[in-house]
Design a protein around this ligand. Sequence first.
Ligand code: ZN
Length: 256
Amino acid sequence: MNTELIEQLARWIADARSAVAFTGAGISTESGIPDFRSPGGVWSRFAPIQYDEFVSSREARARYWKIRLTLYQEFAAAQPNAGHLALADLECAGRLRGVITQNIDGLHQLAGSRNVIELHGTARRVACIGCGAESTPESVHARIEAGDEAPDCHRCGSPLKSATISFGQMMPPNEMQKASQWSRKADVFLAIGSSLVVEPAASLPRIAKSHGAKLVIINQTDTPIYYAADLILREPIGETLSALMSRINQPSNFGS
Ligand code: ZN
């Protein structure tokens, strides 16, 4: 652990008016959730289903739900790790505006984070694509197990879908707008566990940086925007964020 860099980061966060965290799959792999894009991840095992295909084909929806069941089993039992907990503590201490996440596992909220922008939706809810009525994944799984391979909404008859953003589906405009706004206003932007390659992950750190934020990258794997970072920690995420939190909690040095 590079204590000098942790010290530096703790100072920036103590001085920040608006620190924002952006998280990707890397923060949840420490909870045992595989990165769905990585080898062994869900999209290396199943062909992705495009949104248009989902809407137009009942067979595609049946395939979709089969994949969702597998995915759900992978993360339903997962618990927040030290990284999620440290971010929740930072927010609770008034040091973090909130978390923008690419993850659909809901672990930030389970850890106690309140201000969470879920750019890719959440796998912890199901929504009707017609009327928007929400239900639990468990209720849909029960209908599938009872023989309905592609359950429709009880209210309006439209297909039910996990409340996540599918391939070929538009990013949620409200969340995107809020995420851009947080990024523009941030004075410290922590990019954690994301390769920052896919949009909007690629653009949010750039927006923050171009509006004067210090860009901090905490990730063990490479990212193409390292060159733009003010501070890089290539360390395990949980350990790093815990160390940061304990440094911030030490009463000495930092005026609060
Ligand atoms: Zn409906």
